[in-house]
Design a binder for this molecule. Structure first.
Ligand code: PHE
Length: 408
């Protein structure tokens, strides 16, 4: 008896403490979801070995949305971006997109940069009928996930062709080695596209070696490649490994150019690779030196806000956000009632019309032609890929120089 009555007040205190916690958690959640706003999701690698990808993209999306909101939002409704850090891991990317779609009830998702992570997240959007726009994932499989998946960048068959043609025509390469990241969809695909163009132009791929993201030792593979003395080594990887590969290639005495794709893009690349990158080449989506006033205006706004120059990821993130905003504005013009169902959190009464409005938003995105982006004019092809020019850059004394632009 004594024990029981002594326990009861404690139980009551415990129950009320739990109640207080639950109520305040609910309040917090509903405060987090404002009635008069449109929520957009974003997922990216804000930490990990590709952290600059996620951070540059996030900065530029913040800038774009801030500008839109300062000008009155979409039809007077402000936009809010909810960002999830996937730490550069596909499993986390899947969880992040699931949360954005199911819990936050976002109307669209921006991201990811890396193709493997976009591929991991995209089925959640496709199945829920929520449009996804990746700024920079270039592997063809990404938009093949389904008709709700879009990108504002070119694809890897094109960039692989650009790199191979440049190697043959400008570097006069007759033989190439390849060093690919074997678990990375982007790297494997791009290596294959480079190989097919290089071979079809009469070149020979004399060595094809692999590594996995996170590796720091590449000398065994580089020794095998160097033994075949290729005229170039194609390294379709991400900047952290590429910087280390360049250093180790030079340490082994390989002194010809390394050539790569957009995965090289990061201010960290030169910090890691240093002089080993002198005279190397890579494909990019963006050239900062462009005289286009819109490009220079964007560069200035970005520098003023973040204190550093925007890279290609930033430029593409900015374009992806504005591409989505333009479609939301068009939806508001075409169908004000449908647009209204995207504001705030859906109720059981708005669930179905909201689904239809999202489908209409999808149709508007798919029909976009000649959207004026910082990275060039953006038109969706029938597979929801953008058709855009590519830039070829070289690294000279720790700085980037443009060596050419290739039209699609
Ligand atoms: N295109 C790369 C991918 O799909 C990502 C990337 C884009 C990296 C642009 C850097 C710059 O995985």
């Amino acid at each position: 008896m004594l024990a029981l009555s002594a326990r009861r007040p404690r139980l009551a205190a415990f129950v009320s403490a739990v109640l207080v916690l639950v109520v305040s958690a609910c309040l917090l959640v509903s405060c987090g979801k404002k009635a008069n706003e449109i929520r957009i999701g974003e997922f990216g690698s804000l930490t990990g070995t590709t952290a600059t990808f996620g951070i540059s993209t996030k900065n530029a999306i913040d800038l774009a949305i801030e500008e839109v909101n300062a000008a009155g939002g979409v039809n007077g409704v402000p936009l809010r971006v909810i960002v999830e850090d996937d730490q550069g891991k596909p499993e986390e990317a899947n969880t992040a997109v699931k949360k954005l779609v199911e819990q936050d009830r976002v109307v669209a998702v921006l991201g990811e940069v890396a193709s493997s992570r976009t591929l991991a997240g995209a089925p959640n959007c496709q199945n829920a009928g929520v449009p996804m726009v990746t700024p920079s994932s270039t592997n063809p499989k990404v938009t093949q996930v389904g008709d709700f998946i879009f990108r504002v960048c070119f694809i890897d068959p094109f960039q692989g062709m650009v790199a191979a043609k440049f190697s043959v025509d400008s570097l006069k390469a007759k033989t190439a080695g390849i060093l690919r990241d074997i678990k990375n969809d982007y790297s494997v695909g791009l290596a294959d596209y480079f190989d097919s163009t290089f071979t079809s132009m009469g070149g020979r791929v004399v060595a094809d070696e692999s590594y996995s993201e996170g590796d720091i030792e590449f000398k065994a593979q580089l020794t095998a490649i160097k033994a075949k003395s290729p005229d170039v080594i194609f390294v379709p990887g991400y900047y952290t490994e590429v910087g280390l590969i360049a250093r180790q290639a030079r340490e082994l005495g390989y002194d010809k150019p390394l050539v790569g794709g957009d995965g090289w893009v990061s201010d960290r690349l030169i910090d890691i690779g240093g002089e080993a990158l002198q005279g190397c080449y890579f494909v990019n989506h963006f050239w900062q030196g462009s005289e286009d006033p819109a490009v220079q205006k964007f560069i200035k706004a970005y520098k003023d806000k973040f204190g550093s120059s925007p890279d290609a990821l930033a430029a593409l993130g900015y374009d992806a956000a504005n591409f989505l905003v333009a479609a939301l504005k068009e939806l508001a013009t075409q169908d004000a009632g449908g647009f209204a169902t995207l504001v705030g959190t859906p109720t059981s009464a708005t669930e179905q019309p909201r689904k239809e409005a999202l489908k209409r938003l999808r149709d508007i995105l798919a029909a976009t032609r000649d959207f004026p982006g910082i990275t060039g004019s953006i038109s969706m092809d029938e597979y929801r890929n953008a058709v855009k020019p590519a830039f070829f850059l070289t690294i000279d004394k720790g700085d980037y120089k443009v060596v050419g632009a290739v039209l699609p």
